[in-house]
Design a binder for this molecule. Structure first.
Ligand code: NDP
Ligand code: KPL
Length: 322
């Protein structure tokens, strides 16, 4: 494929998750990354990726810019608009749309959100009413520590769909195929919101629990006789909220998600959720996208979530200290 006929992709948020998809997409498209704190490191040395799936000691040096204004005037495929802007920063409300705006061409650029949480898409739809929005759920335990060194565990899975689910699926399908062609595991979903709720069983429970206790998931399960039941009870609160919004999760789904962590106990292979990584790095956490929105949605439908509401208040307090 000639350079000019390749899709042109901008990654916003070249952190742990972003580095992996930037690497994969670089095999099938022209990629540029917006870097912030790791700009100098990546510009000079690139990333080193150590992945259980994609290989060890992979040196990867992408084209980097400091912001989307620089990206829009970058010399990579000049004159060609970005086909996809992939957002892999943390989902902090009311921050990103104005930052990516210089790289968005109306009626053309598709915005791909590879982020945890629920209810995160509408601000993009409001800011860019003529652009396709692709919502996605990612299973990818990965850290960046120190800058440029990426350590990725045993799973890589991306579930993608249009936002809203009734919108045309064309762009979500094209991006799904692009990730697959790059060697990633991507699946188009007609109802990606159901997948978001499923993933929230993991994130709205484990992320704040591990952030607040500074335990990996399996360290927390070993910390007291009540800890595993506590996680399960929170997952069941999330099941009830999801059901109130038409995502018909069940006790079996909660058991399955808890079982994934339990299965790692014999291998002592604890996961450090991204919110715990944030606490350790002194970074702001995604409390609203991952916990606050669920608590508010529960209130909206009269669903009682006492444990999750308590986690929300505590996580807000922790976030204020960061
Ligand atoms: N890590 C994981 O294991 C998983 C994470 N997720 C989700 O994926 C998403 C990304 O998480 P993760 O990769 O861990 O996050 P990271 O914190 O590792 O990366 C986010 C990146 O976005 C950058 N960024 C933030 N704001 C800006 C800005 N204004 N300009 C330029 N760059 C910016 C950060 O730069 P800086 O370094 O300067 O802050 C950082 O490089 C989150 O929604 C998370 O919940 C999902 C599954 C697993
Ligand atoms: C729990 C995990 C690693 C699952 O991929 C995740 O989503 C996160 O860290 O936010």
């Amino acid at each position: 494929m000639s350079e000019h006929s390749k899709p042109k992709v901008l990654l916003f948020g070249a952190g742990s998750v972003g580095a992996i998809y930037l690497y994969l997409l670089s095999k099938v498209s022209s990629v540029t990354a917006v870097c912030r704190s790791n700009y100098d490191t990546i510009k000079q040395d690139g990333f080193i990726i150590n992945s259980h799936i994609f290989g060890q000691n992979i040196h990867f040096k992408p084209n980097v810019v400091r912001d989307c204004t620089e990206a829009a005037s970058s010399t990579a495929l000049p004159g060609k608009p970005f086909d996809f802007v992939v957002v892999c920063s943390k989902a902090i409300p009311a921050t990103v749309p104005k930052l990516i705006a210089p790289a968005i061409t109306p009626d053309h650029t598709a915005i791909v959100l590879i982020q945890n949480g629920i209810g995160i898409e509408q601000e993009y739809a409001d800011a860019f009413p003529t652009n396709p929005i692709i919502s996605s759920v990612v299973y990818l335990p990965v850290t960046q520590r120190p800058a440029g060194i990426i350590t990725h565990g045993e799973i890589e899975r991306l579930e993608l769909g249009a936002y809203p689910s009734t919108a045309l699926p064309t762009h979500a399908k094209v991006f799904t195929e692009l990730v697959k062609a790059a060697g990633g595991t991507a699946e188009f979903q007609g109802n990606v919101q159901l997948k978001r709720w499923t993933k929230l069983l993991v994130n709205a429970s484990w992320n704040p629990i591990c952030a607040l206790t500074r335990c990996t998931d399996i360290e927390f399960m070993s910390s007291s006789l009540s800890s595993t039941d506590f996680v399960f009870a929170i997952m069941m609160e999330i099941v009830e909220v999801a059901r109130a919004y038409g995502a018909m999760l069940s006790r079996d789904d909660a058991e399955f998600q808890l079982g994934r962590a339990k299965a790692r106990i014999p291998k002592s292979a604890g996961v450090e959720p991204s919110m715990l990584q944030d606490v350790r790095a002194g970074r702001k956490m995604e409390v609203e996208a991952i916990v606050g929105n669920v608590v508010r949605m529960a209130e909206g439908k009269g669903v009682k979530v006492p444990k999750l509401a308590a986690l929300y208040v505590l996580a807000k307090g922790l976030d204020a200290s960061l």
